[in-house]
Design a protein around this ligand. Structure first.
Ligand code: NDP
Length: 447
C-alpha cells in the first residue's frame, strides 16, 4: 500500500476500530489500488480516499413491532448512503440477527464499486436490521416491514436512494415495504424499491439475476483464462437462498453438476447431482430447512454444520451464503482437492488470506463485487423499466445480463493483465470500479 493510502487507512482504523468487516473491505480495496493511485496524483490532491471511506449519510433508527401474541419488540434499523457520485444510492436491505453497523458499512462500501462496474448510473448504499425473519409468521413480517418503512421512507426516493433485497429480504418483504412506502407517501413511485413482484413493477429475471450473472461471469472466466467451461464440472454451492438457487439452475444449464448445497445448519451432498426443482420448491415455496431435502432425495445425505460443504471435492466452488465463510484453512482444502475456479456469489465470502491464497495458486477467482453484480444490474434495468413504464421480456433482460457480465469479466482480467498480474482479478475489479467513481467525484468538486 503506498504512503497516501496507508495514511488514510490508519485514520480509518483509528476512527472505526470496532468495525472489523468494514476495515477488511477497505483494506482489500486499498491494497489493490496502490499502483493506480501512484499513477494518478489527482486522487490524493482531491482527497478522494478520505472522502470515499466516509458515508455521505448514515441513519440508525428504532423499529418497534408487535408479535402475534401482542408482545412488543424493538430492533435496530440502518440505512447507510455511501456515495452518490455516479447516481442515486442503490443497495439492498439485510434482515439477519448478525446485522450491525460494521456489516452494513462493508456492504455499502463494496456496493460503490460493484454498481460502478455494472456500467449503469447507481451510487452505493446498504441497509437492514438485526431483525430475524426466521420462524416469524407472515403477519409478523408484514408488521415489521411496515414499521421499518415508517422511518426509512423519509430517507429514500426514486432519485435519492433505491433499496432492494439481500439476506432475509426477498419478494415477500419487498412487497410489504413497497405497500407501506406508497401509503406513507401517497405516491406510486414504482422505482423506489427493486425486486418487486411482476404485478406491480418488478422486472422479469430479477430473481434469477445474481445467480445467473455469477455463472455467466465464471463461464467467461473459464473460457478466457483456461479455454475451459462448466461442462462436466462438479460444482459445490454454499447457501440455498436466492443467489445459491439460481446459481445452481444456471450451472446445470451450462453443463455443470451441482453436488452439494447448504444452509446455516448443515449441508446436503448427492454425488449424482442435486435436484434443482426439489430444492427450489423446498427452499423458495416452503421455506424449509435443507435437512428436509435429504428426506426426499434418496441419493442425498445430510450433514450437520454448514462449513463442511467445502470439504467436498469439486472443480468449481460458488460461495453464495455469507461473508467470511471461506478462510485460509478451507481455501487450502479446496486447492488440495483440485478446485479450478472460485466464484463469489455472496459478498466477501472469502477472507483476505483465502483470496490471496487462491490468487497465488493461480486459481481462477471471480471476486464478489464483479461476479455478483448481476443482481444490482438487473435492479438498474428494473428502475429503467419503471421510469419508462415499460416491461422487458425475460430474454431481453437475460441477454443484457449475459453480455454485460461477460464484458465485466473481460475488463477485470484485462486490467489485471495490464499490471502484469493476470490472475489478480481483485486488483482488476477494484481499479475498474474505482476509476469511474473517482473521476466523477473530481468532476463534481470537493464536497
Ligand atoms: P437469502 O436470505 O436468500 O439466502 C441466504 C443463504 O445463506 C441461506 O441459505 C442462509 O441459510 C445462508 N446463510 C446466511 N447466513 C449464514 C451463515 N452465517 N452461515 C451459513 N449460511 C448462512 O440471501 P441471498 O441469497 O439474497 O444472499 C446471499 C449472499 O449473496 C449475501 O452475501 C448477499 O449479500 C449476496 N448478494 C445477494 C444479492 C441478491 O440479489 N439477493 C446480490 C448480490 C449479493 P439460512 O436459511 O439457514 O439462514
Amino acid at each position: 500500500m503506498n504512503k497516501y493510502l496507508s495514511r488514510v487507512y490508519e485514520s480509518v482504523k483509528a476512527r472505526d476500530k470496532f468495525e472489523p468487516e468494514f476495515l477488511q473491505a477497505v483494506n482489500e480495496v486499498f491494497e489493490s489500488l496502490s499502483d493506480y493511485v501512484d499513477e494518478h496524483p489527482e486522487i490524493e490532491a482531491n482527497a478522494i480516499m478520505e472522502r470515499i471511506v466516509e458515508p455521505e449519510r448514515s441513519v440508525e433508527f428504532r423499529v418497534t413491532w408487535v408479535d402475534d401474541n401482542g408482545v412488543a419488540h424493538v430492533n435496530r434499523g440502518y440505512r447507510i448512503q455511501f456515495n452518490s457520485a455516479i447516481g442515486p444510492y442503490k443497495g439492498g436491505l439485510r434482515f439477519h440477527p448478525s446485522v450491525n453497523k460494521s456489516i452494513i458499512k462493508f456492504l455499502g462500501f463494496e456496493q460503490i464499486f460493484k454498481n460502478s462496474l455494472t456500467g449503469l448510473s447507481m451510487g452505493g448504499g446498504k441497509g437492514g436490521s438485526d431483525f430475524d425473519p426466521k420462524g416469524k409468521s407472515d403477519n409478523e413480517i408484514m408488521r415489521f416491514c411496515q414499521n421499518f418503512m415508517l422511518e426509512l421512507n423519509r430517507h429514500i426516493g426514486e432519485n435519492v436512494d433505491v433499496p432492494a433485497g439481500d439476506i432475509g429480504v426477498g419478494g415477500r418483504e419487498i412487497g410489504y415495504l413497497f405497500g407501506a412506502y406508497k401509503k406513507y407517501k401517497d405516491s406510486y413511485d414504482a422505482g423506489v424499491l427493486t425486486g418487486k413482484g411482476l404485478e406491480y413493477g418488478g422486472s422479469l429475471a430479477r430473481k434469477e439475476a445474481t445467480g445467473f450473472g455469477l455463472c455467466y461471469f465464471v463461464s467467461k472466466m473459464l473460457e478466457k483464462m483456461a479455454n475451459d467451461s462448466f461442462k462436466g464440472k462438479d460444482v459445490v454451492i454454499s447457501g440455498s437462498g436466492n443467489v445459491a438457487l439460481y446459481a445452481c439452475k444456471k450451472a446445470y444449464e451450462l453443463g455443470g453438476k451441482v453436488i452439494a448445497m447448504s444452509d446455516s445448519n448443515g449441508y446436503v451432498y448427492n454425488p449424482k447431482g442435486i435436484n434443482f426443482d426439489l430444492m427450489r420448491g423446498l427452499k423458495e415455496d416452503k421455506r424449509a430447512r435443507i435437512s428436509e431435502y435429504a428426506k426426499q432425495d434418496k441419493d442425498a445425505k445430510y450433514f450437520e454444520g454448514s462449513k463442511g460443504v467445502w470439504s467436498i471435492k469439486c472443480d468449481i466452488a460458488l460461495p453464495c451464503a455469507t461473508q467470511n465463510e471461506i478462510d485460509l484453512d478451507i481455501a487450502k482444502v479446496l486447492v488440495a482437492n483440485g478446485v479450478k475456479a472460485v466464484g463469489e456469489g455472496a459478498n466477501m465470502p472469502c477472507t483476505m488470506d483465502a483470496t490471496n491464497f487462491f490468487i497465488a495458486n493461480k486459481i481462477l477467482y471471480a471476486p464478489a463485487k464483479a461476479a455478483n453484480a448481476g443482481g444490482v444490474m438487473v435492479s438498474g434495468l428494473e428502475m429503467a423499466q419503471n421510469a419508462s413504464r415499460l416491461s422487458w421480456t425475460f430474454e431481453e433482460v437475460d441477454n443484457y445480463l449475459h453480455k454485460q457480465m461477460e464484458a465485466i469479466c473481460v475488463k477485470v482480467f484485462d486490467i489485471a493483465s495490464s499490471y502484469n498480474d493476470p490472475f489478480n482479478s481483485v486488483k482488476g475489479a477494484n481499479i475498474a470500479g474505482f476509476e469511474k467513481v473517482a473521476k466523477a467525484m473530481i468532476a463534481q468538486g470537493i464536497l
